[in-house]
Ligand binder design. Structure first.
Ligand code: PMP
Length: 285
């Protein structure tokens, strides 16, 4: 099936979808993005993703190219045209096209906007959750503003590749204090042996995940104890359960961290329950 991308006002077959070589996203990674889960052809938690998009743009002083409702409409339309039932919609906004110069363009340029959507295998994702994934830890080497969802992802790319080469699916960054910040494309969680669900507070050193925020509502409804604090890899080795969250993986159980088996080496029952309950608390549009 041919795929379509939205690029600056037009829906084009993917092979014809292009951006200018002097787009600042391409030249400087001067842009932001969002990834939304699609289920049953509907967007999951779009308003929260759009609110975070607005914040990322404002932190970087990139103009909002159009009202949020129009962006949401384009996301829906891209999902529809690509016939995505289960998958992801990707949205990227960059500062725009200008002659290459590090400083912002002197005369304001129009931000560029690209939206793509793709199907994923629901069965494959469920199978991964049934067996659980392995993660490695790696030193934090990103800038201290990863709360901005910028397309500048080189350390994340290298960390993910490192994980892959070690037979793992995700890498958790560890800061100078010896604490886990987050995964290369997910937030990191552990459950202590006495049932406390622990994740790092959303400061400048992690991306404030939408899945993370919704999961907090799930925890409250299930009367599980949440502890927002930093934890070390050593504490995670000893945890009863561990998992990661992201729009593409929802709650993905972790069964191995740096070659240490977590719990009994199978996805934990609380993690599985959180995964099963998640979409009851999500907002569909
Ligand atoms: N941290 C990073 C670095 C990520 O790339 C992602 C995924 N976009 C997340 C956390 C999780 O965020 P969300 O739940 O909004 O997908």
């Amino acid at each position: 099936m041919s795929r379509f991308a939205y690029v600056n006002g037009r829906y084009l077959p993917s092979r014809d979808a292009c951006v200018n070589v002097e787009d600042r996203g391409y030249q400087f990674a001067d842009g932001v993005y969002e990834v939304c889960e699609v289920r049953g052809g509907r967007l999951v938690d779009a308003p929260r993703h759009l609110a975070r998009l607005q914040r990322s743009l404002s932190e970087l002083r990139i103009a909002m190219p159009m009202p949020l409702v129009s962006i949401e409409f384009i996301m829906h339309e891209t999902v529809r045209r690509n016939r995505v039932d289960y998958g992801l919609v990707y949205l990227q906004i960059t500062r725009g096209v200008a002659r290459r110069d590090h400083a912002f363009p002197v005369t304001a340029v129009k931000p560029s906007i690209v939206v793509t959507a793709k199907n994923l295998s629901y069965e494959k994702n469920q199978a991964a959750a049934k067996s659980g994934i392995a993660v490695i830890t790696t030193p934090e080497n990103r800038w201290p503003r990863v709360d901005i969802k910028s397309v500048s992802l080189l350390p994340n790319v290298l960390a993910k590749q490192q994980a892959k080469e070690k037979g793992a699916s995700e890498a958790w960054f560890v800061d100078r204090d010896g604490c886990v910040t987050e995964g290369s494309s997910s937030n990191a969680w552990i459950i202590t042996r006495d049932g406390r669900v622990v994740t790092r507070p959303a400061d400048n050193y992690i991306l404030s995940g939408i899945t993370r925020a919704v999961l907090m509502n799930v925890l409250e409804a299930l009367q599980l104890r949440l502890e927002e604090r930093a934890f070390t890899p050593e504490e995670s080795y000893d945890a009863a359960e561990a998992f990661i969250t992201s729009a593409s993986q929802i709650v993905m159980p972790v069964i191995k961290i740096d070659d240490r088996i977590i719990g009994d080496g199978k996805p934990g029952s609380v993690s599985q329950r959180l995964r099963d309950e998640f979409h009851r608390f999500a907002y569909f549009s």
